[in-house]
Structure formats: structure tokens, C-alpha cells
Design a protein around this ligand. Structure first.
Ligand SMILES: [Zn+2]
Ligand SMILES: [Zn+2]
Length: 318
């Protein structure tokens, strides 16, 4: 089974996104890139170089429903005459290219984000959502954990690896322990555990960072030899990266706890101290990061949290 990486441009700060062509029947594309003219042209070029066309694609697998990964799914599906689109059911919070903003608003209010700030985050999101076509329920199939995706030659095992988003999935070729991991594993950056409603109970927050730690450990149990991420170069020393991630998470947790004043602070106040210069979409990502670390520290019994006037206030224990 040939796995062919294709790098595509995005209009986002993160830079190019990696999508993967599985050049075996049924011809499968893992992730699509955002919906821009430059991206679809680069995809056509990339496919042509290896002897394929968009219309050859029979199946589209989405690692997750962020615009840089799923944006072109609908137009490729249409051009390829109803290629099958598969995504994990827990990605429904994003409705594939359409964030359920009301659920997010509730979470942002609880994190202490001010109404003005929430409004400007919403505007930033309105700018981002143009890079993906949304899917209605019934227009896509569901990826299931441990499901074997068969090809003419070989198979990929789907692994549900939540954390970056609730429905993030990775794909493992067990024959040589190659993994395609989307934004679950990135060579240069520790993936952001994005603030998300819990898919099971949207009034609650998804425990993104503790889920992420479980996903990393699960990937590690396959002893990957090569991990293809959603951005940047592949990782051929997963063990080193795994340990680096754990260290980075522990260091950041200590820093976050250190930022809590005696009187307590909201996640938004912590985020502003951690990333005072964050602008644009990074203001949302900074509060995501703060909430994720505070939640993990709280679940580990290291800090206390009180709910007062609709806002969560975190305190050090002593
Ligand atoms: Zn992502
Ligand atoms: Zn990404």
C-alpha cells in the first residue's frame, strides 16, 4: 500500500497542511486542505505528479474537522461523484466545518472571557469558517475506533485519538507500524487541546488534555516507526517526541499553577498572563490552552475550582 504525502498551502498561521493519498483501491484521501483556489490547484498538481486525478478519489477520511483539514471535503466529494466521506461522530461539535457556536459561547463565559472578547472571537471564527463547506448529518459516514479500512492491498486501522478535538482519529498501518495522526502528533509543536463541548453532554467541557494523554499513550502502545502529522515533517522517533510532550505538558502545568494568585483567577485571566501578546485566533487558542491545563491540574487534585456568578475561579490549594 502506497502512502503518498502531499503538502498543501493554507491561509493560516500554521502554514502548509499535509494530506495523504492512499494509492490503492479504493483510492483514498486522508484530509483535504482548506477550501481555497490555491489549495485545490496544489492538490490537483500533487495528484497529477503521481498519476491520479481528483475524480479517482473514492473515499475521504478526515482526521478531524478543522478547516485546514476538512475544508475541501465536500467539493472533492462532488467532483469525484459521491466519494464516501468518513469522520468520527464526536467531531459533530464542529458539524464538519460549522462550529456550534452557542455551546462554545457557554464554555467561554464559564472561563471568564468577557462579552466583548467573545464577540471578537466570534468574528475571527466567521472569517475562518469560509474555508470549509459544512456537511449535514447523513452526508457523511462515521469512523469507528478499531475499525479496519480495507484496501486492495493492505489495511489501515482507525484509532480514535481525542484531545486536539473530541473526534480526532489516527490511522495505523500495522504491517510496518506507520501512523497518520493528523494534529494529534506534530513534530515541532505540542498540539493545542482546543476548548470543545463534551460530545456526550454539550453543556460540559471536553476533558481535552487528559483525553490527549490517553491518546498519546495509546499510539505509543503500537510502537510507531513513522508518524505522519498534519503539519511539518514526519516523526521517526515517536518515543523521544512522546517524552518531550510529557515534559512540556508538566512544565506548562507548573507554570499555570504558579500564575494563580491567592485570591484565585479565571482561565481567561491566566491565559492573558501566559500569552499577553496573543492576537487573532490565538486569543481563543490561549484560553483553550489555559482551560486545558487548569482542568488537568484540577482533576489531579493540584488546584481547587469554585463556580461563582456563572464563572469558574481557580485557586491554589495552600
Ligand atoms: Zn486541527
Ligand atoms: Zn491542523
Amino acid at each position: 500500500m502506497r502512502i503518498i504525502p502531499i503538502s498543501l498551502p493554507t491561509p493560516f498561521y500554521v502554514g502548509p497542511v499535509n494530506v495523504y493519498l492512499i494509492a490503492e483501491d479504493p483510492i483514498t484521501l486522508i484530509d483535504t486542505g482548506p477550501k481555497t483556489k490555491e489549495t485545490i490547484e496544489a492538490l490537483r498538481d500533487g495528484l497529477r505528479k503521481v498519476g491520479f486525478r481528483v475524480s479517482d478519489i473514492r473515499r475521504i477520511l478526515l482526521t478531524h474537522a478543522h478547516e485546514d483539514h476538512c475544508g475541501l471535503a465536500k467539493s472533492i466529494r462532488d467532483e469525484a461523484k459521491d466519494a464516501e466521506v468518513l469522520v468520527h461522530a464526536w467531531e459533530s461539535g464542529h458539524r464538519i466545518g460549522r462550529l456550534e457556536y452557542d455551546d462554545h459561547r457557554t464554555l467561554l463565559v464559564r472561563a471568564g472571557v468577557t462579552p466583548d472578547e467573545i464577540e471578537s472571537m466570534r468574528k475571527v471564527y466567521e472569517g475562518v469558517r469560509q474555508y470549509a463547506d459544512s456537511f449535514e448529518p447523513g452526508e457523511y459516514g462515521e469512523l469507528r475506533d478499531e475499525e479496519e479500512l480495507e484496501f486492495n492491498a493492505g489495511a489501515l486501522k482507525t484509532l480514535h485519538t481525542p484531545g486536539h478535538t473530541p473526534g480526532s482519529c489516527s490511522f495505523v498501518r500495522e504491517a510496518d507500524r506507520t501512523v497518520i495522526a493528523g494534529d494529534c502528533v506534530l513534530k515541532r509543536i505540542t498540539p493545542n487541546p482546543v476548548l470543545s463541548p463534551d460530545p456526550v453532554d454539550p453543556s460540559k467541557r471536553f476533558a481535552s488534555l487528559s483525553e490527549y494523554l490517553v491518546s498519546l499513550a495509546r499510539l505509543r502502545s503500537f510502537a510507531p516507526t513513522l508518524v505522519h502529522g498534519g503539519h511539518g515533517a514526519p516523526v521517526n522517533d515517536f518515543e523521544e517526541l512522546f517524552n518531550r510532550y510529557l515534559r512540556a505538558i508538566r512544565e506548562r502545568q507548573a507554570a499555570v499553577i504558579g500564575l494563580l494568585p491567592k485570591s484565585g483567577a479565571t482561565a481567561w485571566e491566566v491565559a492573558q498572563q501566559m500569552f499577553p501578546d496573543a492576537d487573532d485566533v490565538h486569543r481563543f487558542l490561549s484560553v483553550s490552552e489555559a482551560v486545558a491545563h487548569l482542568d488537568l491540574a484540577h482533576s489531579e487534585g493540584k488546584i481547587a475550582v469554585e463556580f461563582a456568578d456563572g464563572v469558574e475561579v481557580y485557586r491554589r490549594l495552600s
